[in-house]
Design a protein around this ligand. Structure first.
Ligand code: B12
Ligand code: SF4
Ligand code: SF4
Length: 273
């Protein structure tokens, strides 16, 4: 990719963000791919399985990443998942949620637009799962200025609170980063999200800065328990299977189980309501 001057870079960055919104994103931002590759979630992800190994064997193994080598910037998009549209978040057994399908569609159209208008730009549509070459989307969104990490361990956006879902495209061109944002709604909050977890996933400090060797911890102070939360996700799945009512997954015409995962730590947060 030939180098661009700052004005061209700014124009391209803002054209991309406008296009993402025009295509249906509720928020969009840009982060430096090198920073994203070094993000706090990545370093924590390597340590947490070891820390939690004493609690349960064989849980959560981190696999090697398959990230684009010539990536320079990440375009991260968000769509709002409000409480009154719960279906956006329902998982049709092994298929993507409606919300994720919508995000995929927006990114595909953005890539198509980039390819037809800027022939030299290479694009990589980043998968959801880390083990399939995904990136840590909350950290990316924080770096792109979409919001901040709250005490519920989720990205909190000023407009929609934590009720958003994310997806990203990496490009081989240096765009202008749009973050971070000076925004901390948790500082003056009573911590409603911490009380509403059915598993008590925020009840105790389980990760310290000293043991983790890093400043930024899950749930900010090291409280968020991935194991407890994951137990809830498993329960939600079992509940979906036991209901014995299958629904039609329209894109494939298959009858599948419907999983409605817990979202208490999102719905209890007043930001963006
Ligand atoms: C694996 C996964 C899970 C696992 C493990 C979760 C975990 N956090 O470990 C399980 C199944 C338990 C899970 C649960 C949920 N998940 Co989930 N999950 C993911 C996935 C695929 C990877 C996340 C991961 O492995 N993180 C690694 C761990 C080690 O980091 P972490 O605990 O998240 O904490 C880090 C941050 O808080 C960060 N941090 C803290 N302070 C700061 C400060 C700065 C400046 C920065 C940059 C970072 C930072 O550093 C921490 C590490 O110390 C992402 C998608 C993706 N590709 O990113 C979705 C994702 C994080 N999940 C999401 C959601 C919504 C949920 C659930 C609500 C379930 C649901 N209904 O969908 C719960 C909420 C749990 C919670 N309160 O955090 C959304 C979050 C949206 C948002 N607003 O933030 C994501 C982004 C997916 C999406 N569709 O957009 N999830
Ligand atoms: S409920 Fe309060 S403490 Fe929890 S994430 Fe929202 S603003 Fe932060
Ligand atoms: S998703 Fe549910 S189980 Fe997981 S941390 Fe949030 S409230 Fe707790």
């Amino acid at each position: 990719m030939p180098s661009m001057n700052n004005i061209d870079r700014l124009k391209l960055s803002s054209a991309i963000l406008s296009k993402a919104r025009e295509l249906g994103a509720d928020a969009a931002g840009i982060a430096d791919f090198n920073e994203v590759k070094e993000c706090p979630s990545l370093s924590a992800d390597f340590k947490i399985p070891q820390i939690e190994a004493g609690r349960r064997e064989g849980s959560f193994e981190t696999e090697e990443k398959l990230l684009p080598e010539d990536g320079k910037s990440v375009i991260v998009i968000a769509i709002s998942h409000p409480e009154d549209k719960p279906e956006l978040d329902w998982r049709y057994e092994n298929y993507a949620t409606q919300g994720n399908q919508r995000l995929i569609e927006i990114n595909k159209n953005l890539i198509k637009w980039l390819k037809s208008n800027y022939k030299q730009i290479k694009t990589y549509h980043i998968p959801y799962f880390i083990e399939k070459g995904g990136i840590y989307l909350k950290d990316t969104a924080v770096m792109a200025g979409l919001g901040t990490i709250g005490r519920n361990n989720l990205l909190i956006t000023p407009e929609y609170g934590p009720r958003v879902r994310l997806r990203a495209v990496v490009v081989n061109v240096e765009l202008v980063s749009t973050g971070p944002l000076a925004f901390d709604p948790c500082a003056g909050c009573e911590g409603y999200c911490l009380r509403e977890c059915p598993q008590g996933a925020f009840d105790e400090i389980i990760y310290s800065q000293a043991v983790m060797g890093q400043e930024f911890l899950p749930g900010r102070t090291g409280t968020y328990s991935r194991l407890k939360c994951n137990d809830q996700m498993e329960r939600d799945k079992q509940a979906g299977k036991q209901k014995d009512e299958r629904v039609l997954h329209k894109p494939t015409d298959e009858m599948v189980c419907l999983f409605k995962h817990c979202r208490n730590c999102e719905f209890s947060c007043p930001v963006g309501l």
